[in-house]
Design a protein around this ligand. Structure first.
Ligand SMILES: Nc1nc2c(ncn2[C@@H]2O[C@H](COP(=O)(O)OP(=O)(O)OP(=O)(O)O)[C@@H](O)[C@H]2O)c(=O)[nH]1
Ligand SMILES: [Mg+2]
Length: 392
């Protein structure tokens, strides 16, 4: 299979041809992937307008790969670093359709020996902090230095809005043009737990495809940074000036899981203020718990726009990795992450089985009404629902 893949994975009839809920899902996947997918800009395509027929034609004319791939096609394509196949494998991972999920698991199992080899870096910060711009600046430099860079987005908003707040702004126009970059927007369906699973598995697929730096962007709006922290080795917090304000509330929590704090937009008139903010953060760091054992979170200023401070930032990232690898924290953290992933997947599956159960579905509205009107005690309602579930 050649690398000159021109069209995204949603162009496959395997996706466009689905019915019912899965059609809806497929169109949401398309919408998410529309911005960009595997390094090629496809912004001119209106996802909703892609019909099954169009998709089939697109696949046959440009894709060069068979419209329907089997597990070994996926595995081979990924091993060869074929971005088109990788993108399609990720779509498989993102699908909620049982058939696709099973296939995705078979692909993952096959490529597992090739995973785990990238530096996994999470980036968080308030909306508009410049995360994407920074990833673009850093990513292009890393690509030019010979790295293969994968960028993923985890978007917690998708559960509520069914949309993506990272959305269009995940556009990284320079980076997606690099042949050794792969940029993937957020999966757009499911609970945060589901999004987390999909993101983790996407990360593994990228590693199997030879990406040695994986960057995960997430918006700092609560739970998502904890989720991302649990799948990466290093966590970067991008902040703006006005540190005092930002340190209110949840920011302290994020600071306690940040391995590096970068005050972005240190350019033009903002340079001095950024430096002041940096010293405030530096002071704060000393009062907080260390995010990583034996590592005092460094604070620095940078400008993702002018690329000022980008070399220093990457040096710091490398210094961090050297530290955690020599201290054993790297290995231990990965082991703990695998175990906690295992546990949370068990929980996710139990949760889904429970709510998908016909008996539970039949009884739930009645119990909900009872709880709302205070006519059934909650503990009793829960017990009876669980009994009904277990007596299937
Ligand atoms: N002056 C200046 N502007 C910047 C810098 N970095 C980003 N911006 C601008 O800030 C705006 C937001 O940048 P993004 O990179 O989209 O920010 P983000 O944190 O990814 O935003 P969300 O994904 O929406 O959370 C854009 O208009 C950027 O051009 C910087 O270093 N200096
Ligand atoms: Mg962004």
């Amino acid at each position: 299979m050649s690398e000159d893949v021109k069209k995204p994975e949603w162009a496959s009839p395997e996706w466009a041809g689905a019915e019912g809920e899965s059609t809806k899902f497929a169109s949401r996947v398309m919408a998410g992937v529309e911005v960009m997918h595997d390094g090629e800009l496809v912004s001119s395509v209106n996802a909703d307008s892609v019909s099954t027929n169009t998709a089939e034609i697109v696949v046959r004319d440009n894709y060069g790969a068979p419209p329907k791939l089997d597990v070994s096609d996926y595995v081979e394509g990924i091993k060869q670093g074929n971005r088109g196949i990788l993108a399609r494998a990720i779509t498989l991972v993102e699908s909620n359709k049982l058939e696709h999920m099973n296939m995705a698991q078979n692909v993952l199992q096959e490529v597992l020996p090739l995973t785990g080899r990238s530096l996994r870096i999470g980036i968080t910060g308030v909306p508009g902090a410049g995360k994407s711009t920074l990833i673009e600046a850093l990513g292009t430099r890393l690509c030019d230095a010979g790295h293969k860079v994968a960028v993923l987005a985890v978007d917690p908003s998708s559960t509520i809005t069914k949309g993506s707040i990272l959305g269009d702004r995940t556009r990284m126009e320079q980076l997606v043009r690099r042949p050794n970059a792969f940029v993937r927007p957020s999966p757009s369906a499911g609970a945060l737990g589901g999004v987390a699973r999909k993101s983790r598995e996407t990360l593994l697929l990228c590693e199997a495809a030879g990406y040695d730096v994986s960057i995960v962007e997430t918006v700092g709006v609560g739970q998502s940074e904890i989720t991302v922290r649990s799948m990466v080795d290093a966590f970067l917090f991008v902040v703006l000036t006005g540190a005092g304000d930002e340190l209110q509330g949840m920011k302290k929590g994020v600071m306690e899981i940040a391995d590096i704090i970068a005050v972005n937009k240190a350019d033009g008139d903002n340079k001095e203020r950024a430096e002041r903010a940096r010293s405030e953060y530096e002071m704060m760091v000393h009062y907080l718990r260390q995010a990583t054992e034996g590592w005092t979170t460094p604070t620095l200023t940078c400008s993702a726009l002018t690329h000022l401070g980008m070399d220093g930032l990457w040096d710091t990232v490398e210094r961090f990795f050297a530290h955690v690898k020599s201290s054993g924290v790297f290995e231990r953290r990965r082991r703990e992450q695998s175990l906690s992933w295992f546990k949370s997947m068990i929980e996710e599956h139990l949760y889904r089985r429970f709510y998908d159960d016909d008996k539970v579905k039949a009884l739930l509205p009645e119990f909900q009404a009872g709880v709302e009107s205070d006519t059934v005690h909650i503990t009793r309602a829960v017990q009876q629902l669980l009994d009904a579930y277990e007596s299937r």
